[in-house]
Design a protein around this ligand. Structure first.
Ligand SMILES: Nc1nc2c(ncn2[C@@H]2O[C@H](COP(=O)(O)OP(=O)(O)OP(=O)(O)O)[C@@H](O)[C@H]2O)c(=O)[nH]1
Ligand SMILES: [Mg+2]
Length: 353
């Protein structure tokens, strides 16, 4: 199951108390104070793990508490500090803290974008000082000790937004999963019925010369997705962080629909979901070219797409034609795109397929 939003409670450990103790030795009648400090409570961290791809681990188990620090002991023994508790989350997890007033939006406290990245969620309390620390010239036998300070407690929301460079969009059955399975090691289910893909899949595309990028295959969209039709637009947020959308249009004629209308319907759904997504650069790809599509219709689709300033390519994922060119075009766009301007307009490119 793919879970991309959860609420959790994290509680760090309280610090251990300092000890009140006096040395007792055989021939030392009045030994000095030797109460050790308390140990620190454990903190709670989130750690981005490349081995996780959903937040499902947090669906049922929602409360995470690090252990408290050990109390100090006599003979100046410091209490044991507790280990930190690490919660593994998928790369692409955003952590929000809920505000006391539910009317206010939760506040973003961190975004885990790289494997291994750690984010402090709740800081453990400090151990209190033992009485040995309070010796002074006027008080040689202090009885004073400190309690440990409490660990932090926070109500958090984890949101997963996949990190991919390229997102595949299109109607169900357009061939998105077939394409990702041909250009990456991803092995999503492929079948001749709509809504085969129920959750997003990621695939890494590797090109010659150490070039690589990540592609996301998301469940197909249909007209009215923003109103909940089909699987709705619930997975579209996973395209927010992509730099390029590859928009697949089935031109086999088997759909019984007009490819130009399909193309426009998907564009509308993207814009209705969010204007930013609607403006994201798109590379439009006619799929299933091996089915000898109607060339007139193909010409109309190409003219329609290029008149909007968008590039147009043709592929057959089954026959493997056009795939090298498509991957090179994706790479070219990604490597030309300025690092943080995912919304730069995309120039139409010439092709001779
Ligand atoms: N002839 C032909 N069939 C294709 C091609 N690409 C995909 N198909 C077929 O189209 C059907 C749907 O392919 P999928 O890759 O599952 O389509 P999808 O876009 O992922 O569909 P959803 O997951 O439902 O959104 C399957 O039967 C594929 O074999 C192609 O290039 N040529
Ligand atoms: Mg699919």
């Amino acid at each position: 199951m793919f879970v991309d939003e959860v609420d959790i409670l994290v509680e760090a450990g309280t610090g251990g108390a300092g000890a009140c103790s006096f040395r007792r030795e055989k021939f030392v009648p009045r030994g000095g104070p030797d109460g050790g400090d308390g140990g620190n409570g454990g903190s709670v961290y989130a750690v981005a793990s490349p081995h996780r791809n959903t937040l499902i681990a947090y669906r049922f188990n929602r409360e995470f508490r690090a252990k408290r620090g050990g109390h100090g002991e006599g003979s100046n023994r410091t209490g044991k500090s507790s280990p930190d508790l690490e919660l593994e989350v998928p790369v692409g997890t955003l952590v929000y803290e809920k505000t006391a007033d539910p009317a206010n939006d939760p506040i973003l406290i961190g975004d885990l974008v790289e494997a291994g990245q750690r984010l402090l969620l709740a800081k453990g309390g400090h151990g209190g000082r033992g009485n040995a620390r309070f010796v002074s010239s006027v008080n040689r036998a202090p009885r004073r000790v400190e309690e440990g300070t409490p660990g932090e407690t926070r109500q958090l929301q984890l949101h997963l937004k996949l990190l991919a460079d390229v997102g595949l969009v299109g109607f169900p059955n357009a061939g998105k999963s077939t394409l990702i399975s041909r250009i990456s090691a991803a092995k999503p289910k492929i079948a001749d019925y709509p809504f085969t893909t129920l959750v997003p899949n990621l695939g890494v595309v590797s090109l010659s010369g150490d070039r690589s990028f990540v592609v996301a295959d998301v469940p197909g969209l249909i007209e009215g997705a923003h109103e909940g039709h089909g699987l709705g637009d619930r997975f579209l947020k996973h395209l927010d962080r992509t730099k390029l959308l590859v928009h697949l249009v089935d031109v086999s004629g088997a759909t019984g629909r007009d490819p130009i209308e399909d193309f426009e319907a998907i564009r509308r759904e993207l814009s209705l979901f969010s204007p930013e997504l609607g403006r994201k650069p798109q590379l439009v790809v006619a799929t299933k070219m091996d089915t000898s599509p109607d060339l007139k219709m193909l010409g109309r689709l190409e003219a329609h797409v290029t008149s909007q300033g968008l590039p147009f390519q043709r592929i057959s994922a089954v026959a493997g034609t056009g795939l090298d060119e498509l991957q090179e075009s994706m790479w070219k766009y990604l490597s030309d795109a300025p690092p943080d301007s995912a919304l730069a307009p995309l120039q139409a490119v010439e092709h001779d397929a």
